[in-house]
Design a protein around this ligand. Structure first.
Ligand code: NAD
Length: 489
């Protein structure tokens, strides 16, 4: 099969190990954003369908085959799933490129391999879930000691965004399953295809039916039913801050556990000692990878005033030679935005930047071709502009000058968000100070890239609550139970 031929997964709901249509026959369309062509109609889960999925997942959790597996057995299934993902890398990358509009090479070389790595990483934890022990002084003359167990939470409701759908699905599924939860997954309506393909691979790996259920559908219907379901013990959400706040409030009312991985407006800070030959292309990747539709995009580019002319000239030249176009062409570096709504939003921000008085040094226009392509765009401006304060989620960076470290730190932290930051310097004193004082879940030093599954991922301020990935992401899918043993004298 050639790179851009498509073998679609079932465009239906995956409930209790079966592929079925929605209870009211409703569907929504999957569209290839790079061409505007339809990829097919996907069954749209109703509240009744979500309920059926939660019942199935609860059955497996409460006494079903899944609940009786050992940690090692769960690890074997996750490892098998990792192998199947690895074998299927070309197909998954193809589905992702067609569904999201991102370059096929990015999905093939970076994202899908990380999906396999994530399942493999958590496969390793599945038989190593331990608590703690406590030696305590006697209680009323009786010996005592206490220990803790980490227990699974039950049914985890996982809700994912469209920008890196396969990778983030693995962030939700792998730790939840490793500790013994079951899952109902609601993928983003703009990019559900790889989640459905994962459903096929989950069945092939041999997970008991109902351990993972997939309910594609509309956020306000299927997502809303999932977050309100009394059968769901935890909601694990990645998406926008606005929807995250809503989910947080719903979860608070029912005291459900939540993890909320939300938006960002991350600073990159560039000092004069940095090697611009390295920094310019790397900083550009941070802004323009996946067309800027990356939560961790380094879209506020703080540059020391003494190098701002040289840096801006070089960034402009670099942006202008980036190849924007067909996601399946070998030399493509940027593909299409996800849909018309996102295009309108990004172009709206570009217009707002110009209206506010920011200097547009390159880009700013839509490409004249079908699909939703926007030129890599760079402004010079100040941190108070909307384009520097709001998450654009498109290929738009704002260069902001600073004169000294105090000012750089102040500007970097003057944001509602706190997801990531990137430091470009070799000065270890500066690195230590900024690593400590920046308000961010992750700080990169002289690099930028996707997180490794072993390393925790989280945001502060409006970027979220709780951790994904690493041991922290595993523990976030458990509840601690304390056992007190007292032996009478
Ligand atoms: P979104 O919030 O619009 O949608 C995310 C998911 O929530 C979708 O599946 C959607 O259907 C669902 N949803 C919408 N309304 C809902 C409701 N009322 N109840 C339950 N679910 C509902 O986000 P998006 O546009 O898909 O993704 C882009 C956002 O995700 C950006 O803000 C980006 O920064 C963020 N993001 C964050 C991270 C991170 O790790 N922090 C990673 C990737 C993306």
């Amino acid at each position: 099969m050639s790179k851009n031929e498509l073998a679609l997964p079932p465009l239906r709901l995956f409930i209790d190990g079966e592929w079925r249509g929605s209870s009211d026959g409703g569907t929504f369309e999957a569209v290839n954003p790079a061409t505007g062509t339809s990829l097919g109609n996907i069954s749209a889960a109703t509240a009744d369908d979500v309920h059926a999925a939660v019942v199935s997942a609860s059955r497996q959790f409460n006494g079903g085959e899944w609940s009786r597996l050992t940690g090692a057995d769960r690890g074997k299934l996750l490892w098998r799933l990792a192998d199947l993902v690895q074998k299927d890398v070309a197909n998954l990358a193809r589905l992702e490129a067609m569904d999201v509009g991102r370059p096929y090479g990015e999905a093939f070389h970076v994202e899908i391999p990380l999906v396999a790595d994530t399942f493999r990483y958590y496969a390793g934890w599945a038989d190593k879930i331990t608590g703690r022990t406590f030696s305590l002084p006697p209680f009323n003359g009786a010996d005592r000691f206490s220990y803790t167990l980490r227990k699974p939470l039950g049914v985890v409701g996982a809700i994912t965004p469209w920008n890196a759908p396969t990778m983030i699905t693995s962030w939700k599924l792998a730790p939840a399953l490793a500790v013994g939860n079951t899952v109902v997954l609601k993928p983003a309506e703009a990019a559900s295809l790889t989640a459905l393909r994962l459903g096929e691979l989950i069945a092939e790996a041999g997970f008991p039916p109902g351990t993972v259920n997939i309910v594609p559908g509309i956020g306000s219907v299927a997502g809303e039913a999932l977050i309100n379901s009394p059968g769901v013990g935890k909601v694990s959400f990645t998406g926008s801050t606005a929807v995250g706040k809503h989910i947080g409030s719903v979860a608070a009312a029912s005291l459900k556990k939540v993890t909320l991985e939300l938006g960002g407006k991350s600073p990159q800070i560039i000092w004069p000692d940095a090697d611009l030959d390295i920094v310019v292309p790397a900083a550009a990747i941070s802004i323009f990878a996946n067309q800027g539709q990356t939560c961790a995009a380094g879209s506020r580019i703080l540059v020391h005033r003494t190098i701002i002319d040289e840096f801006s000239t070089r960034l402009k030249a670099h942006a202008e030679q980036l190849v924007v176009g067909d996601p399946f062409a070998e030399d493509t570096q940027m593909g299409s935005l996800i849909n018309q709504k996102q295009l309108d939003s990004v172009l709206g921000y570009i217009a707002a930047g110009i209206a506010e008085g920011a200097e547009l040094i390159t880009g700013g226009a839509r490409l004249k071709r079908p699909g939703y392509f926007v030129e890599p765009t760079v402004f010079i401006g100040t941190n108070s502009y909307r384009i520097a304060q709001e998450e654009i989620f498109g290929p738009v960076g704002v260069v902001i000058p600073f004169d000294n470290d105090d000012e750089a730190l102040r500007i970097a932290n003057e944001s509602q968000y706190g997801l990531t930051a990137v430091l470009w310097t070799n000065d270890s004193k500066r690195i230590n100070r900024f690593s400590n004082d920046l308000q961010a879940g992750t700080v990169w030093v002289n690099a930028w890239g996707p997180p490794h599954p072993a390393v925790p991922w989280s945001g502060t301020k409006a970027s979220g609550i709780g951790e994904d990935l690493g041991l922290e992401g595993l523990h976030a899918n458990t509840v601690v139970r304390t056992i007190n043993l007292v032996s009478s004298a």
